[in-house]
Structure formats: C-alpha cells, structure tokens
Design a protein around this ligand. Sequence first.
Ligand code: M6R
Length: 612
Amino acid sequence: MCGIVGYVGKRNASEILVDGLRRMEYRGYDSAGVACLYNGHIGVVKNAGKIKALREKVDASQLVEIHQATMGIGHTRWATHGAPNEVNAHPHLDASGHFAMVHNGIIENYKEIKAGLSRHGIECVSETDSEALIQLIAYCYTDNLERAVSEALKKVKGTYGIVVMTDREPGKLVTARCGSPIVIGLGADETVIASDAAAIIPHTRDAMYLEDYDMAVVTGDGVQMFDLQHSPVNREITEMDWDAGSAEKGTHAHFMLKEMFEQPDAIRNAIRGRLDFDMGTSILSGLDLSPRDVAQIGRVLVVGCGTSMNAGMVGEYAIEEMAGIPAEVEQAAEFRYRNPIVTPHDLVVAISQSGETADTLAAVREAKHKGAVVAGLCNVVGSTIARETGRGVYLHAGPEIGVASTKAFTCQVAVMLMMALKLARGRRMPRHQGEELCQWIARLPELVEKVLLQNDAIKGISKKYADKENAFFIGRGYLYPVALEGALKLKEISYIHAEGYHAAELKHGPIALLQENTPIIALLNNIPGKEKTLGNAEECKARKAPVIAVVSEGDEATAEGFDDMIVVPDCPPCIAPIPTVVALQLLAYHIAAARGCEIDQPRNLAKSVTVE
Ligand code: M6R
C-alpha cells in the first residue's frame, strides 16, 4: 500500500526521495509526490500516475527547493479517501504552506477534525483524511514541531505512519507511528525514514523500528525518540540483512520471474541449519517451545490472508497428519471478528510475508489477548507481526517485490513442514520417519529446480490458454491448497477469473459453468486420491472443458486423453505442494505475459495490505 520516504542529510534530497519511491513501487500505488525544504521554503511536486512521470516532472520543475534541498519527504499513495489525482496525492501542505506531511494509514475521525478546523476558518482542499492531520498539526504549532505533532496525534483516531516537516525548523523531520510501519535508517551524516526497508537499504543497513505511539525527531546527525507524552524511549539499532541488489530485478523481465527462479536458493536459506538429520527433527529455536510445551499443545490455529493462508492450509494438514494435533487454518479477519474460542493450550501461528498485514496483525493481538501462545512466521525481519509475536521463524527468502507472492509461499510451506516435523517428533512420529522427512525437505531446492527447467514447455502451453476468461484448478488432500494458490496466482496477474476447488466439490455447483472455453488445471500427482481426481477431470473433459493435467514424473500415462500435460517430480504428498505450485506460478506468469498484463503491479492490488 502507500509508501513513505523522508531524507535529511547532505545529498540531493529529491533524487534520494524519488529513488526511494521507485523502490517501493511494488507496494501498489496510484499517485506520488515529493516535498523539499530549502532556504526557508517548501516546494512540492506531485502527480497522479507512475513514478516515472513523477521523476520527469521533478526534473522539469522550476522550483529551486526541488533541485537544491538536502531534506524532504515523499509518498506513493494507494487511494482510500478520494480519487487518485494530484490534489489528493501526498505530500499535503497546511493552509499556510509552512508545514508538509506524508501519511500512511487512515484517520478515522477526519470529518470531525475537518469540521473543528473549519470553525477556525481552516478549510481542506483535498478529499483525503490525511490533509486533516497536517492542518491540525499546523493549528497546534507554537514553536516546536514535535510538540505540535504529539498534540495533534492525541486527537486522532485511526492508524498512521507519518513524516512531517516545517520551514520554521529546517533540518528536522518528525516521524510517528501507530499501526503503519516506520523504519529509520542511520547513515553517515544522513538519516533516511521509510515505511519499507527497500527504500533504506541502498543507503545504510543500520535501522531503528518505531513501535506504536513512538515519535522520533530526525536530523542528519541522528534520532531522538519519544512517546506521545515526550518521555524518551529507546529502540535498538538492528542490522538489515537484505542487500540493495536483491531488491532489483536485474536482467529479468519482471520481479515475479526473478523471484520464481530464486526459489531453490530461497528454500535453501529457509531450511539452512534447521534440519537435524541425526535426530530426524527440526531446530526452530525461535519458536521457543520446550518438549514440555510441545507435549501440552492442545490445538494449532494458523491465521493469515491470501497466499499466506493457503500456505497455512498445507501446514494444517501436515500438523494434523504428522503430529496428531488438531489444527485449523483461518482467514485472519474472520478469526479476529468472530470471537473465536482460544485457550492457553492453543498455539496460534500467524503467517505473513510482509509481517504488516492489518488483518493478520489484528488476529495476533486477539490471540494474545485471549492467552494463546502466538508465533509469527514472517519474511520481513523486524516487521510488526514478527516483533509483536516475539517468537517464531523467519523465512529468510529475501525481499519479495512482485505483488504476486511466489518464493514466500514455497518458503512458508517449507517452514510449516519443519514446524510440523518438530511437533510430530515431540509427540508421536518415530525417528526413522523424521529422518526420512528431513531428507525430503532437504531435497526441495532440487525438486523446484527440476520444475523451473520446464519453463519453456510451460510457456508453450500457456499460449493456448491466454485468451480464456475463466479457469478452474482442482486438487485433493495436500494439493487442494495448491489448487487455491494456483487460481489466486492466475487471477491476480492475468485478470482471468480463476477458482480453486476441491476436486470433489466441482460437481456440487461449478460444473455448471464448464464448456469448451473453460480450462481445468487438474492436479493429478501421484498421491492418495489421485484416482478420484482423475475421475473428476474426466467429468470435465466429458463436458468439453480442456484439461491441463499436472502429473508426477513416471506417471505420464495419467495424462492420456487430456489436452496438455505438465510433469512434476514424484514425491511424498506433503512435499508435493512445493514443486507443484512452482509449475502453476510459471503457468500464471506466462499467461499473464501473453496477455500483456502489468505483472509486478497488477491493477488495484497492493503488496502489503495494511488497512482492514
Ligand atoms: O504479507 P502477507 O503475507 O501477510 O500478505 C498476505 C496477502 O495479502 C498476500 O499473500 C496476497 O494474497 C498476495 N498478493 C498473493 O499473491
């Protein structure tokens, strides 16, 4: 969703700001802008549309502030309140033009604030909730920006990550957070603020993460942190482990393609040092679960959204099957609002690539409030869910920039399998079975490499289906969540209406939609239930729907009579989701590419959904 960047130092601010916004493009946005402070004046350039257009506008700008300033703020906006146009784009100025602010989040009581300001003759010019806040900050200002910010924030209901500056106090940025992430990167003679590490890593690896209700006064020399009552707070400086190159797409046509091909390495990183082959178990010390804790777990609840929830479903199956512990996966927003029964014997696992998804974070808070043991399974180090859970497992997949999640999914599944293994070995799984599973998990990178070798063949198949408008993915057992994930991938990047169904469920309704233009992607891997899914695929074929059969190596005969075949490595059921989903990712990618879609930034989508 929206991206924030702020810079104060000695270098040209507008260049750093625009570059930072470019690095956060993947989050999804529809307008962008920068404000720079130089020689006692604030100059603003903003536009509806892409960063490329903003960069051209910045280059062509006549404003001396834009070209000379060494401090400023920038923003990419994903419209919530008001259309994506120039007036609603950030940064917003107050009525006097002396204060500028960028904001992520939602000011829920903005109408009330606007009405109050109006009574003092202050009118907002945009339709946004955000402008109300900068007008309020300016109204609260006497002679100190941080005091004005904290006064204003005390009157606000909602969520915010903000950076504010005023020409009355040059050289100073004030930032604050409640619900929307803010990271401060500490460089030599310069400080960078951002909502996302991607905008900071080109400049420094030393970072401080704000927590809710923290405020910071930021200069080129460093940072002072306070709470809203102005009591000092200390936050650790942590080292960000991503390098700038890993957030660039290099020679690949799209980040999604790069990230699909990174999967063997990403999985290697996710499992490195975490498999104990001798004991046939996994070492996940971040979970902080003693053997006694493992023995006492009554139930595992997995919460997440989108792709993360699909990965959680594989985890649910693995935990029940291997450990014999009741497990359930639940959409995080549903979990949060339906008042679920949660006990101290429940282990709640929150899965989130970004670690910032609002619904998943709310579910974490609900579970903690109800006394469960809560663990995070996140990719972004230092993200809110990772910090608030305080225990869990990082994916170490590296930055995922493409909006369509690929390597995060396969690493999430790999980690869920290791978690299931740990719980199973602590409960009922004999050592030899654990050893065997360790061997299979260790082979995952090689299995994924085998699928990636079929890139050209899958591209060939994709051409036949690029003009379709509907598709169904069907699977059973461990392949049911893969069918859901395959359909999600296809719909989000190609805009083809795609549904993932349990193969048995198809004839309870959706079969009515089948005709010769509705392809079925049938997951017919060699796992229990294959014969039944084969029967379901035949039923589709009998209704003239073209069928792409995904089959296990050595079992190609299963695909006979169907229209196309994709072969994936033969492996145990719990392992199959990973190589199989890679084939579906490639299929979705090539179909979307053939349709000329904007693969890395699909319309309407944001990488990290930080509003409910
Ligand atoms: O960052 P998270 O894993 O919490 O994100 C959850 C979903 O928003 C995300 O997986 C989304 O479904 C992706 N666009 C799927 O490709």
